[in-house]
Design a protein around this ligand. Structure first.
Ligand code: GRF
Length: 201
């Protein structure tokens, strides 16, 4: 049985697209059963629908509290019998109450080489702005397990990307996505699904 994957998104969903495109080639031990969006207007929802993948919207502001929000996500995970959760540009931090229920089963992609430029406040273009400000010559992306510390869980995979003269946060973000994130996330998701499949044989 393939591991059942939920991808949690909030935005454009290019990492979701990389996972969709990897199904049947890089990603063979798992399949995306549902895409859960924290934002009803996320383009990621359209990408899921185009690929005939079920979608669910869980908005924190409609749930009223972190607890209710996480309970609503849990209900969806349960309904789709989810084994693995992939955070792909999901903008809400999940509490320890949630993460401790799924040890070794929640993955996140972060657009830097952790432990550089990570933790609270480091998301989106801010990560690349900080890398350029510091003057690093190499950055990259990291896929890691999610625990109660933002970007603090065990590292699964990393890929380095050169910073080039004249880079802007936007040009660097694009290169990190193209050369690292979209390759690394499907590979790491496959590795985790394959390992879990072994365990359940
Ligand atoms: C990516 O840079 C990812 O690393 C970060 O959020 C961004 C999401 O982009 N966690 P997308 O929605 O996958 O296009």
């Amino acid at each position: 049985m393939k591991m059942q994957i939920a991808v949690l998104v909030s935005g454009g969903g290019t990492n979701l697209q990389a996972l969709i495109d990897a199904q049947g080639n890089t990603l063979t031990s798992g399949e995306i059963a549902v895409v859960i969006s924290g934002n009803p207007n996320a383009y990621a929802l359209q990408r899921a629908q185009n690929a005939h993948i079920a979608t669910e919207i869980v908005e924190k502001k409609r749930c009223g509290s972190q607890e209710a929000f996480e309970a609503a996500i849990e209900a969806v995970l349960c309904r789709y019998k989810i084994d693995v959760i992939v955070l792909a540009g999901f903008m809400t931090i999940l509490s320890e109450n949630f993460t401790k229920k799924h040890p070794g089963r929640i993955l996140n992609i972060h657009p830097s080489l952790i432990p550089s430029f990570c933790g609270e406040g480091f998301y989106g273009l801010r990560v690349h702005e900080a890398a350029l400000r510091r003057g690093v010559k190499v950055t990259g992306a990291t896929v890691h397990f999610v625990n109660e510390i933002p970007d603090g869980g065990q590292i699964i995979a990393q890929k380095a990307v050169d910073v080039l003269p004249g880079d802007t946060p936007e040009s660097l973000q694009k290169r990190v996505m193209e050369q690292a994130e979209w390759i690394l996330l499907p590979q790491a998701t496959e590795a985790v699904c394959a390992a879990l499949q072994e365990e359940t044989l």
